[in-house]
Design a binder for this molecule. Sequence first.
Ligand code: NAD
Length: 524
Amino acid sequence: MESATATEAATRPGSEDGAAVADADTIQVHRPVDGSTIRSVPIDPPERVAEVVARVRAAQPAWEAMGLEGRRRWLERLRDWMLDNEGRLADVMQEETGKVRAEAEIEAPFLCGTINYYTEHAAEFLTEETPAPHILPLKVKRLRVVYRPYPVVGVISPWNFPLILAFDDAIPALVAGCAVVIKPSEFTPLSTMEVVRAWKEQIGGPDVLDVVNGVGETGGALVDEVDFVQFTGSDRTGKIVMKRAADTLTPVSLELGGKDPLIVLRDADIDRAVNATATGALANTGQICMAIERVYVEEPIYDEFVDKLAERVRKLRQGADGRSYDADLGAMTTPAQAEIVSDHVEDARSKGARVLTGGRRKDGPGDWYEATVIADADHSMKVMTDETFGPVVPVMKVRDAEEAVRMANDSRYGLSASVFAGSSRQGEEIARRIEAGAVNVNDVLTTYFAMGVPMGGWKESGIGFRHASYGIKKFVRPESIVSPRIKQGKVDPLWFPYTSRRRKFLNRANRFINARGLRKRLGL
Ligand code: NAD
């Protein structure tokens, strides 16, 4: 069923993805809860992107030279500003995303934690190394590895967590000494613009953080200008970005889509698994890259599991809750995503799956899709193979753990997964066989919040990782510096001129160094 606003959305002037562009010069930001316009934002053409990157590039050397302690002080001011402005930031984000209040309030506090984590651990992650020379002749040298930032990092971000998915990378890049330019999603630019405005106007931060707005053309121009691309979004766009970055051999880190499986084994605590599935699949109205998108349940507990899950999901409340915290699910942030969800559910229904609850778009203004549980799903259905990115939980019956693992791995994605088992040990055994960058045992979504472990996709879910040391080391390049420890002669043995006498000596020395066992070393 298509709501009036979905029809209207389909006729809105669109970007290549079907929405948001008002005309060639502006994007229009909507309220997903009712489809009305919040405001329009000027699009930054490629020339302007080049100007912005050149400006922050000019400021970056001073930022790098300031050292970790200096940069830490600025980022702590950003943290304090976020803490003091949490409510206002949540207002802006809630308006442009359609999130419920409890979820809009997660982002700023999470990023305060990111600032603390990287400012407190950067010295350990980026400390200079002084490796020991691996052969005797090099003992006269001092070897050092220093980590130098990519001067300008371009962060291209999606709409589902507008602040976290821009700043969870921008923060470690800034801590590392890079300048950062963010291109937020055209659907949700306002939260990022607000933080960047505060950095410039209220915090008075150095000119190393900026934002450019627009759709694909602006994102592409940013890829052309920067020294490192941090992209979060769909695998389709990620591949376009990687191809474009190849023209300038610019390194990329890609955090892409997923189709995360959840396995429930027969010994698991069913009630915990049900509650976790509901939250893991439907939080943020299912618009989470690491959302549970397919569930495999062992035969003996299958009926009980699906009945309890449907009952649990029926009780969830959906709506625009303002500041009242009385809704669990919000709106779909983009009309195009609501279309995809509808298409997947109808495809499953037509192939014999049972829709136990939900399963339709809501009438009236805005982009709303009901919380949906589908039983008897299988891999012939899009809802089990393609990223749905909406409030839908399809469940499939499996014979045993072997089949569950095989099905979980039967995907081109590999972002994360969950396993519910009778014990942590059994869950971990299964986890080690799952092809994904992160696995939760008897839990969902937690790997993202555990900053000490890396988060990133295998297979077509991405290249590169955020969090832990990986989340900052990707923004620096090792620079090796080799210098003398002792006074040196005028000529080294390997330099010109080559002579037979010196060559013979070096050959004997080479043998002595690289052979093992005295007789071999002496050539006997
Ligand atoms: P998207 O790929 O449509 O857009 C992402 C960003 O890329 C936007 O800012 C967009 O304007 C920009 N863009 C579009 N075309 C471009 C081009 N040609 N060159 C450069 N930039 C371009 O993704 P989306 O719809 O905003 O976000 C949803 C997707 O993001 C889902 O697939 C989801 O799984 C994924 N995602 C992944 C993670 C993760 O960490 N792995 C997190 C959140 C979302």
